[in-house]
Design a protein around this ligand. Structure first.
Ligand code: G1P
Ligand code: ZN
Length: 543
């Protein structure tokens, strides 16, 4: 095996965002683009000599080719072993699990999560640490620095490895170990949850639909829900992973999970509905006719997790990203446990989980997880829901309504303005930032501002500080507006406006969230002058 050293030059813009480097697929396919970034990862983590890595992803377009390049680059730089999911497939939580249980030095995940796949869509590369979680800011910072000074990379000249069959293959001195992507993950789930109780629930006539959205969770959901738990064949929809996700957005929300929505809002809905995203870390939960917001789902799971074997001893603490609704805080307060508020992005939960400060955490963007891995985990959330339903004997709607009756209801929505001009968006933030101090006491659409600030976070474990993590306006009575710019978009800027209002009113059960938050939405516009800066009067997405 010959090792080639290829001359290259820095390529602009290889800055990892909220979740690794995401770009258009064609950009990743340009000469040296992927190679430069991978070499910079090696530099950022202090080289790969004698290291063991995990490699896999959501199977999107260009993944098989990218996997071969990464293997050849790992071999050229002296890696000892790379554990690869069969056909380069691994859901993000399954990759996190392998990184941890096989005691590796980390892993590379090929995914752009819920973004569409295809030659004209998105691709992504993310490095996870040996704890199984996304690389922290200092590591991604070093990777970015390396992309700015790279002059060459090393790559082995050799044949592609056959990734279609489990087994061990040699690439020079490096071992490529191809593994079944589902097995270890399914075993982990079986340890965490009471599969017998869920099996009994299902054999008693409980029905479900899980929409895998033509993405990576298809094989996982088939093996676990239909295989091990006995859900009727066909309970898993769109189960075959496709490079373009069947042309859809593999994003589990009411807009993109159309088939599931139709089934759950139809005349004879199943008892439980769920979906996951491209790489299997997000989840959407539904009951008959009811979409459970991710913020509510997190709160319900925190309130009831002790009903599952893994969490029977209770929770050490919980955490949510700052824009996530404060429904979780109410549960934590009642249980007398800490509730941490972190910046957006899963990487900020890593230290809290590693330090044993929290057991459960989540984000409003359909991510929920626990200390079992260091990523959010879509199927895990589904199984925890099923375990809780089996133990309580309640349906989804009853469980959620009971929760609201007990803790109050936090109305919540996120409005996204996509593809806006990045400079104008920055101006909007600069303008509002400059006015934050003067907002307190002012009235907008009948609401009095109590305080306003820019969120920054000091990690209680390592003391690192993340600044400029979103502008927040808090109103008297508990309402809140948060403004952030997305760190995962690939075109222009995406403005996210998060709206929340609190109601203790038990009759608020059936109220529509958009309607309940319409005042808050108008206040958000008035405060930040969104139309003036972006030209938009309506958001593209109301999530
Ligand atoms: C989005 C979500 C965030 C999530 C991330 C990766 O990031 O908002 O919660 O962690 O995707 O799945 P954003 O585009 O807002 O930076
Ligand atoms: Zn994802």
């Amino acid at each position: 095996m010959e090792i080639l050293t290829i001359d290259t030059k820095p390529i602009e813009g290889q800055k990892p965002g909220t979740s690794g480097l995401r770009k258009k697929t064609r950009t990743f396919m340009e000469p040296h683009y992927l190679e430069n970034f991978v070499e910079s990862i090696w530099t950022g983590i202090g080289g790969v000599t004698s290291k063991t890595l995990v490699l896999g992803g959501d199977g999107r377009y260009f993944s098989p080719e990218a996997a071969q390049v990464i293997l050849r680059m790992a071999a050229a730089s002296g890696a000892r072993r790379v554990i690869v999911g069969q056909n380069a497939l691994l859901s993000t939580p399954a990759a996190s699990n392998l990184i941890r249980t096989r005691a590796t030095d980390g892993g590379i995940i090929l995914s752009a999560s819920h973004n569409p796949g295809g030659i004209d869509e998105d691709f992504g590369v993310k490095f996870n640490n040996s704890n199984g979680g996304p690389a922290a800011e200092d590591v991604t910072g070093r990777i970015f620095e390396a992309t700015k000074s790279i002059a060459s990379y090393k790559i082995a000249e050799t044949q592609n490895v056959d990734l279609s069959q489990p087994g061990e293959y040699a690439m020079g001195d490096m071992v490529v170990e191809v593994v079944d992507p589902v097995e270890a993950y399914a075993q982990l789930m079986e340890k965490l949850f009471d599969f017998d109780a869920i099996r009994r629930l299902i054999s008693g006539g409980f029905t479900m639909r899980f929409d895998a959205m033509h993405a990576v969770t298809g094989p996982y959901a088939k093996a676990i829900l239909e295989g091990r738990l006995g859900a009727a064949p066909g309970s898993v929809l769109n189960a075959e992973p496709k490079p373009d996700f069947g042309g859809g957005h593999p994003d589990p929300n009411p807009i993109w999970a159309k088939e599931l929505m139709a089934a759950m809002n139809g005349d004879t809905p199943p008892d439980f509905g769920a979906a996951s995203d491209g790489d299997g870390d997000r989840n959407m939960i539904m009951g008959p006719g009811l979409y459970v917001t991710p913020s509510d789902s997190l709160a319900v799971l925190a309130a009831n997790a002790h009903l599952a074997p893994a969490y029977a001893k209770g929770l050490a603490g919980v955490a949510r990203s700052m824009p996530t609704s404060r429904a979780l805080d109410a549960v934590a307060a009642r249980k007398g446990i800490d509730c941490y508020e972190t910046p957006t992005g899963w990487k900020f939960f890593g230290n809290l989980l590693d330090d044993g400060r929290i057991t459960l955490c989540g984000e409003e963007s359909a991510g929920t997880g626990s200390d079992h891995v260091r990523e959010k985990d879509g199927l895990w959330a589904v199984l925890l829901w099923l375990n809780i339903l089996a133990e309580t004997g309640k349906g989804v709607v009853e469980l959620v309504h009971d929760h609201w009756a007990e803790y109050g209801r936090n109305f919540y929505t996120r409005h996204d303005f996509e593809g806006v001009d990045a400079d104008r968006a920055t101006e909007m933030f600069d303008d509002l930032r400059g006015r934050l101090d003067s907002l307190a006491g002012q009235e907008f659409c009948g609401r009095i501002v109590e305080r306003a600030d820019e969120f920054s976070y000091e990690d209680p474990v390592d003391g690192s500080v993340a600044r400029q993590q979103g502008l927040r306006v808090m109103f008297a009575g508990g309402g809140r507006v948060v403004y952030r710019l997305s760190g995962t978009g690939t075109v222009g800027a995406t403005l996210r406006v998060y709206l929340e209002d609190v109601s203790e009113d038990a009759t608020a059960q059936d109220r529509d969230a958009q309607e309940a938050l319409s005042d808050m939405a108008r206040a958000a516009e008035e405060i930040a002058r969104i139309e003036h800066y972006t030209g938009r009067t309506e958001p593209d997405v109301r999530a």
